[in-house]
Every structure is written in C-alpha cells, then in structure tokens.
Design a protein around this ligand. Structure first.
Ligand SMILES: Cc1ncc(COP(=O)(O)O)c(C=O)c1O
Length: 326
C-alpha cells in the first residue's frame, strides 16, 4: 500500500521542448533528471508553472482521469501570466495519456484508494542574465503513485492563520507557479512547529478574510449553504468547482462564493480543505492568535467526499463529461 503524498518512483517521464517559436511532439524517457542551464529563467527568475492531477484505478480495472481539460485550461492561464507559450491542448492530453500508459502498473489498486499523481510543468530553459522571458522552454510530465495528502483519508486537520502571505492582491496567487509555494514554505514550517498541519492564509490586502491553505482551497457548510472564499489571490481549484456543482445538484445546497470574514468561522457547521491531493480534508480547529474556532461535524463534507471519490473511481457514472477512461 502506498503511504502519504511522497515520490514513490516512476517508470517513465515525458518531455517536449519549445524552440524557434514552436513545441516539438516530445517523447518518453526513463530518466526524470534533466540538464538545463544554470542561468535558465526558471531557476533564476521563477519562470515556471505546473499542474497536478490524478489517474484512478476503477473497480473493473479501467484507468480514469478526472477533468483533465480543466487542468489544461488552468495551465494555459498560468503560462499566459508568466509569458510562457501555452502548451497546446493536444500535446498536453497526449503527454498525459502516454505517461499513464507508461506508468499503468504503478497505479494503486482500487481498494487502497491511492492514485497515480501526475505532475505536468513548463519551465523557461534559456540562459539569460537580464530579467526577461525565455525563448526556450521545457514541458514535462512526471507521475508517481500516492496515498493521502494529510495523514490518512478523512481525518481532521488543524490550521493556524498566518501573518505571512503566499501571494499579493494583484499578484500571481491565482496561477499555479513555484513562487507561491516557495513563499509558503516558511509559514508552513512555523505552523508545523506549533503543532498544526498547515496554515490558513488571510487575504493579503486586509488580513481580515479567509484565502486558502498552502495547497488547498477552503470550503464551509452553514445550514443548507456551501460557502467558499472569493479572492483574487487564491488558486481556482478544480476540486472546489466540482464540489460546488455536486453540492447543488446532489445535496441541494445553495452555493455562495463570497469574501469570508475570519469571525464568520464561528457560524460554520463544517469547515474543510479541498484539492486534488487533499480531496476533502475536514478541519477540526482553526487558531487565529488567541481565538480558537472549532468544528465538530463533518456530515455534509463526508457526503461530498464520498460522492466525489465515487465519481473519480468510476463507482458512479456522471453526466458532466468529467471522467475519461485511458
Ligand atoms: C494553492 C492551491 N490551492 C488550491 C489547490 C487545489 O486545486 P485543485 O483542486 O485544482 O487541485 C491547490 C492544488 O492544486 C493548490 O496548490
């Protein structure tokens, strides 16, 4: 059984390069180490974007991908913001299919509820001294089997609000780029030192509203409402968007996307973190300075978790066009 969210090896990686204004078709390699210039824009100036998605093993043995086109759309928006030529949809999908095929034997069995985590990325590889976008890029896809992100499965985590920001109000918090994660390393280290699982970032303009954690959006249940923060500095989570649709269509909840003041935590029945890696991870406590917000029930979040997993692992047939068999 694959434990935790770690690198557990791979069979093959995929790489394609961009040069002279076009992407080549790329190829599989058995080596994930790459050789690039020490002065590549990705290394010196952070011109690097990535995605994260999973391949799931269904009960009948099929391999399923979930909303892969949404990952492509978000990668394109990340590329555009960082002056990276977007990876064409065909190249993206073909690369993922090749990676799944080459690593199919690594996909954990259905019963383990593990998955093959797939990490597409694009980095500027050209040697530059001055700050400017590269003209040469590498698109890579690497995959490895994973278990759950936070502890095991649907076990509650504890969060601490951070005085640090992972992103600026009109910065790059809404795209998936390494810089946001670099900015989250120290605050997360401090939160862990204090015994928490991660930190909860507040909106960087006023520090009075909820943003997200370092690697997940946050969601709340209040009566028959599903509530999630609106902010320019959080990543548009595909999982969150999916849950909004499921909450409305299956649980008949009203979906509210709005700025959430910290004190509103007191009014929520359930609170959780969501993302591809975390699925839905319930939150039992949020510490904000001396103030502690506690959540004791996870009934609706659990229903949403089961529903989402049933769709992703192919137990329930969905009609949204989210799941493809590869
Ligand atoms: C900062 C951040 N927020 C939210 C998410 C969740 O996004 P998704 O549901 O698309 O995985 C992630 C993970 O990708 C993330 O890194």
């Amino acid at each position: 059984m694959i434990e935790g969210f770690k690198y557990h090896g791979t069979n093959k990686a995929f790489f394609a390069t961009y040069k002279d204004g076009k992407w080549n078709e790329g190829e599989l390699t058995s080596e994930i180490h790459i050789q690039i210039s020490a002065l590549a824009t990705a290394l010196q100036y952070g011109q690097s974007v990535f995605e994260g998605l999973k391949a799931y093993r269904a009960k009948d043995g099929r391999t399923l991908l979930f909303r892969v086109e949404s990952n492509h759309e978000r990668l394109v928006s990340s590329c555009e913001r960082l002056m990276i030529p977007p990876v064409p949809k065909d190249l993206f999908i073909q690369a993922i299919k090749q990676i799944v095929d080459a690593n199919r034997n690594l996909i954990p069995a259905y019963e383990t509820k593990g998955s093959l985590y797939i990490r597409p990325f694009v980095i500027g590889t050209e040697t530059t001294m001055g700050v400017r976008p590269a003209t040469e890029f590498l698109f890579g896809v690497v995959a490895t089997p994973v278990g759950s992100y936070f502890k095991d499965g649907f076990t509650p985590i504890r969060l601490q609000t951070s005085k640090y920001d992972r992103a600026a109000p009109n910065g790059i918090g809404s795209i998936k780029t390494g810089a946001n994660y670099a900015a989250s390393l120290y605050p997360k280290h401090l939160a862990k030192q204090d015994g928490f699982d991660d930190c909860l970032y507040l909106d960087p303009r006023t520090h009075t509203r909820l943003d997200e954690t370092g690697a997940t959006n946050v969601i709340a249940i209040k009566g028959n409402q599903f509530i999630t923060p609106q902010s320019s500095s959080i990543l548009p989570s595909i999982t969150n968007n999916t849950l909004q649709i499921l909450a409305k269509d299956y649980l008949d909840l009203e979906v509210l996307i709005k700025p959430i003041e910290i004190e509103e935590l007191r009014t929520f029945d359930e609170f959780g973190a969501c993302g591809t890696a975390a699925v839905i991870t319930p939150v039992s406590e949020v510490y904000h300075g001396e103030v502690i917000y506690q959540f004791k029930s996870y009934e609706k979040l659990h229903k949403l978790f089961d529903l989402l997993q049933s769709i992703q692992y192919g137990d329930i047939k969905e009609s949204y066009g989210w799941v493809i068999s590869v």
